[in-house]
Every structure is written in structure tokens, then in C-alpha cells.
Design a protein around this ligand. Structure first.
Ligand code: HEC
Ligand code: HEC
Length: 232
């Protein structure tokens, strides 16, 4: 066999086997779509807008995957809801019916039809250190000891806050478990604390801040900031 023939033979072999594979294996998104049409469409709708034929009979409408808040959720949250269901809202759990892989395929399909939104951390930085006034309590650039100039009364008030403002550069001390919680903290505040609700920021503004907070945490992890230890 000449080298040329050999290469030709190998090429033909690769070609046929990859063709065969393409026939038998659908992409994760396609698998997810099939599964969705069979199990979810009658509630969540053909276009994933929550307006399936069965939606009208439920007291709480099924999630519309195109809403900003839904697209903000990370894969882990969608996975948790699909597995555990929303018992009191009419969606049963799928943990026993679907395999791990099937749940991931479903999420791949939902993402392809309603892509996740990601904030712009550079925009978030501007808002945090500007019109959001986050720096007043959390410090410029999230350095808790870099607060703006203020009168002694104001400073004493801030120093005496209980609970104290969070140190956004110290991941160990932060309470929020995910971006949804961070979003809710900023939008709704923590009642009974100085972390009051922010009605005037748009969803986009808050999502940008949430992206910026993630930058602060990862920078903080690398630096082990002396500021967070001096804090008292
Ligand atoms: C009987 C109707 C029904 C069926 C069938 C159903 N759901 Fe739901 N689903 C709901 C309801 C109701 C909610 C809760 C909406 C809310 O919290 O406001 C929900 C919420 C969700 C959420 C949370 C979305 C979010 O933004 O928080 C996900 C993810 C989800 N469903 C996925 C699925 C998938 C995948 C299937 C198919 C395997 C499915 N659902 C089948 C009714 C249904
Ligand atoms: C007047 C002071 C004050 C201002 C201004 C302020 N915060 Fe806070 N923030 C707090 C306090 C106090 C807490 C701790 C609340 C608690 O422990 O329940 C907190 C907690 C938080 C948390 C939760 C942190 C964690 O533990 O996971 C986030 C996120 C947050 N703030 C973001 C912001 C953002 C973004 C802004 C600007 C839009 C802002 N804060 C403005 C006082 C403030």
C-alpha cells in the first residue's frame, strides 16, 4: 500500500465512523428539546413563555424562562428546581423520572432558547462607586476601610451599625450563596439592617453590580486583604 492509499483509507474510516455517530447521537440541546416537548411543554409552553395549554388550570403560572429573573438563575438553581419541583405551585419533582444527563440536556435546551444573562462588571463598578452609593458603607472598590470623607456623627453611626456592612472582598465572611441571593439583597434589602432596598436601580444595573461583586470576591481571595483583618 502506498502512503497515499493508506491516508485515503484512514480518512474514509474516520468519515464513516463520524457519520455513523452523528446519526445515533443527538446534541444535548436536541435531546433536551425532545424531553421538553414530552414533559414540560404543556405547562411551560411551546416558546418557553409559561403559557402552555395546562397553564390556565394552575393557581401559579409556570415559569416564563424569558424573564430577566429567570435568565439570571444559574444552572445549579434550575437543576434543583427540576429535580425537586415546586411542590406547592403545581410542578412535581423529576428526580426519580429523569436521569442526571436528561436534566442537563433540558437545561441546555432552556439555555439555548432563553440564554442566561451575564452582567457587565465594568458597568457594575461604575454604579457601585457612583450612583449606587454602595461605597458609602462597603468602601470604594469594595475595600471596607476605604470609605468616603464624612462628618464625625455620620462616621460614628456607620461604625456602630449592627450587623456591619459586608466586606465584599472577603468571601469567607459573606453570607450569600449565589447571584440570585445577591440580586435579591440589593433589590429588596435585608429588613432591619442598613442594607435597605434599592428601588431606583434597574434589573440590568443590579445584574452589572452582581458581576462586579464576583470580581471583588475573586480579587479578595487572591490578596488576603490586610484590610479585612484590621476591620473592627
Ligand atoms: C404541571 C405544570 C408544570 C410542568 C409539567 C412542569 N412545570 Fe416547571 N414550573 C411549573 C410551575 C407552576 C413553576 C413555578 C413558577 C414560579 O415559581 O413562579 C415551575 C417552575 C420551573 C422552573 C423554575 C424556573 C425559575 O425561573 O425559577 C424550572 C427550571 C422548571 N419549572 C422546569 C421544568 C421542566 C424542565 C419541566 C419538564 C421536565 C417542567 N418544569 C414541568 C409548572 C410545571
Ligand atoms: C447604609 C449602609 C449600606 C449601603 C449604602 C449599602 N449596603 Fe450593602 N450591606 C449593608 C449591611 C449593614 C449589610 C449586612 C446585612 C446583613 O448582615 O444582613 C450589607 C450586605 C450586603 C450584601 C450581602 C453580603 C453577603 O453577606 O453576602 C450585599 C450583596 C450588599 N450589601 C450589596 C450592596 C450594594 C450593591 C450596595 C449599593 C447599591 C449596598 N450594598 C449599599 C449596608 C449597606
Amino acid at each position: 500500500m502506498t502512503t497515499k492509499m493508506l491516508i485515503g483509507a484512514i480518512f474514509a474510516l474516520i468519515l464513516t465512523s463520524s457519520e455513523a455517530q452523528a446519526e445515533t447521537r443527538l446534541s444535548s440541546t436536541d435531546m433536551g428539546q425532545r424531553m421538553y416537548q414530552r414533559n414540560c411543554l404543556h405547562c411551560h409552553g411551546v416558546t418557553l413563555d409559561g403559557k402552555g395549554p395546562d397553564a390556565a388550570s394552575l393557581s401559579v403560572p409556570p415559569a416564563n424562562f424569558h424573564t430577566y429573573l429567570s435568565r439570571l438563575k444559574d444552572d445549579a438553581e434550575l437543576e434543583k428546581t427540576i429535580k425537586q419541583g415546586k411542590r406547592f405551585l403545581g410542578m412535581h419533582n423529576w428526580e426519580d423520572t429523569l436521569t442526571e444527563e436528561q436534566v442537563h440536556d433540558l437545561i441546555a435546551y432552556i439555555r439555548s432558547a432563553a440564554p442566561q444573562v451575564k452582567g457587565n462588571s465594568e458597568e457594575g463598578r461604575k454604579i457601585y462607586n457612583g450612583k449606587g452609593f454602595c461605597f458609602q458603607c462597603h468602601g470604594y472598590e469594595g475595600y471596607i476601610d476605604r470609605r468616603p470623607q464624612m462628618g464625625p456623627d455620620m462616621r460614628r453611626m456607620l461604625d456602630e451599625l449592627d450587623p456591619k456592612p459586608a466586606d465584599h472582598r472577603n468571601p469567607v465572611t459573606l453570607q450569600s450563596k449565589n447571584d440570585q441571593e445577591r440580586f435579591d439583597t440589593i433589590r429588596k434589602g435585608h429588613s432591619g439592617t442598613a442594607m435597605f432596598p434599592r428601588k431606583y436601580l434597574s434589573d440590568e444595573n443590579i445584574n452589572d453590580i452582581v458581576a462586579y461583586l464576583s470580581v471583588l470576591r475573586s480579587e479578595g481571595k487572591r490578596q488576603v486583604t490586610p484590610s479585612s483583618e484590621n476591620r473592627k
